[in-house]
Design a protein around this ligand. Structure first.
Ligand SMILES: [Zn+2]
Length: 235
């Protein structure tokens, strides 16, 4: 559980249940979604999902989008890595297996966002763009935002090439001559720069790629692995 609140449903899944309709063994994905989301009273058939491309593109979901990507990948929203909505009972879903799922909620004006923050989207400041859109279009106040991080690859496991020093000026740990990327730390810095309060950021701290991890990891399991789903929904 990321935020335990009566006005919000949010959750992230774990192994071995693949939630993706386009990656890994998708045979049981719909059934997995139905069972898992049912535990949080989230109607799986109403999910709004995106065809994620590691961009910083954002989509504002309306009631008319209800169910896009819920029962087939083809109907999902194209070329998008962040979903925002002010609609109640409209669950937003993001799929990950190492990338950082970011839950964002503004409880006063009641707007929620679900963000897919891999390194490429993080480099493109995706969370800052989402917060700006929440402010511009919903009058959200960054100081009131609650932010949660689900499971993602952490710096213990995320060895990257030296060239990453060109992508990021901070968030790189050097150990034994190798660089390790700290995606969560970079996103926290960007959130603080956007005006989010440090105390309002909750990080699950879970590493997907550690050997005994109960989560799918693209890095550890390979490209054919399944995906977790992270969902946020205004009640
Ligand atoms: Zn790890």
């Amino acid at each position: 559980m990321i935020f335990a609140r009566k006005d919000l449903a949010c959750c992230f899944s774990a192994k071995p249940y693949n939630m993706s309709l386009c990656h890994g063994d998708t045979q049981h994905s719909l059934e997995n979604r139905k069972k898992f989301l049912g535990l949080s009273d989230i109607p799986h058939q109403d999910l709004v999902c995106a065809k994620q491309i590691h961009s910083n593109n954002i989509y504002k979901a309306e009631d008319t989008d209800k169910g896009r990507g819920a029962l087939s990948y083809e109907t999902a929203i194209c070329d998008t890595d962040a979903l925002i909505t002010g609609e109640r009972k409209l669950p937003l879903g993001i799929f990950t297996a190492d990338c950082l799922p970011v839950f964002i909620y503004e409880p006063q004006v009641r707007v929620a966002a679900m963000v897919h923050a891999g390194w490429r989207s993080t480099k493109k400041l995706i969370c800052q763009r989402v917060i700006k859109k929440m402010s511009d279009e919903f009058d959200a106040d960054p100081e009131r935002l609650l932010v949660g991080f689900g499971p993602a690859i952490r710096s213990c496991c995320y060895e990257v090439q030296d060239e990453f020093t060109r992508h990021f000026s901070y968030g790189l740990d050097k150990k034994d001559g190798k660089y390790y990327l700290d995606l969560a730390r970079i996103n926290i810095k960007q959130l603080l720069e956007s005006g989010v309060k440090q105390d309002s950021i909750y990080d699950s701290g879970i590493c997907t790629a550690c050997p005994e991890s109960a989560y799918f990891s693209f890095r550890r399991d390979g490209a054919g692995c399944g995906r977790m789903i992270s969902v946020i929904m205004l009640k």
